[in-house]
Design a protein around this ligand. Structure first.
Ligand SMILES: CC(C)(COP(=O)(O)OP(=O)(O)OC[C@H]1O[C@@H](n2cnc3c(N)ncnc32)[C@H](O)[C@@H]1OP(=O)(O)O)[C@@H](O)C(=O)NCCC(=O)NCCS
Length: 121
């Protein structure tokens, strides 16, 4: 289940975001969280499985698209399809918008697209 970020999730969100390249310092993490808290077009979601928050995905909404800015999964749960599941859930939430990536997220997003195309054939 994808849950919208709220202040009560701040610490767990920062912990998950810290797995992203470029989000290693506390200062940078705080700036990133503040951006998601204050800028309307920045949206952050956490993935909850049973009682645990195991993944996070952050997007920037544009006019006709959303850009996947941040995506990470708790290392104990990687390789189980959680990352691709979050990408799939975003496309269900925003079916009319194009999905874009950043330099940090593009290689995984490409992998997701390839898997999807493989599944369609
Ligand atoms: C990237 C990440 C979110 C993937 O989450 P996940 O739940 O393990 O992903 P899935 O189980 O859906 O998919 C796993 C597949 O993606 C591949 N993969 C993982 N990271 C990748 C990357 N950065 N680029 C391309 N492929 C990647 C795995 O090798 C695996 O491939 P396989 O299915 O052929 O074995 C996770 O590895 C992570 O949190 N990494 C640290 C954060 C990060 O670097 N984020 C930036 C990239 S989005």
């Amino acid at each position: 289940m994808l849950l919208r970020y709220k202040k009560a999730y701040e610490k767990i969100a920062m912990g998950l975001l810290s797995y992203m390249p470029g989000e290693k310092s506390v200062k940078k993490l705080q700036e990133t969280i503040t951006q998601y808290e204050t800028e309307e077009n920045y949206q952050l979601f956490l993935l909850k499985q049973d009682e645990d928050f195991i993944g996070i995905v952050g997007i920037k909404l544009e006019e006709d698209a959303y850009v996947v800015m941040h995506l990470s999964v708790n290392p104990s749960f990687r390789g189980e399809g959680i990352g691709s599941e979050m990408i799939a859930k975003l496309s269900e939430l925003y079916p009319h918008l194009e999905c874009k990536s950043t330099r940090d997220t593009e290689s995984f997003m490409k992998k997701c697209r390839e898997k999807e195309e493989g599944a369609d054939q």
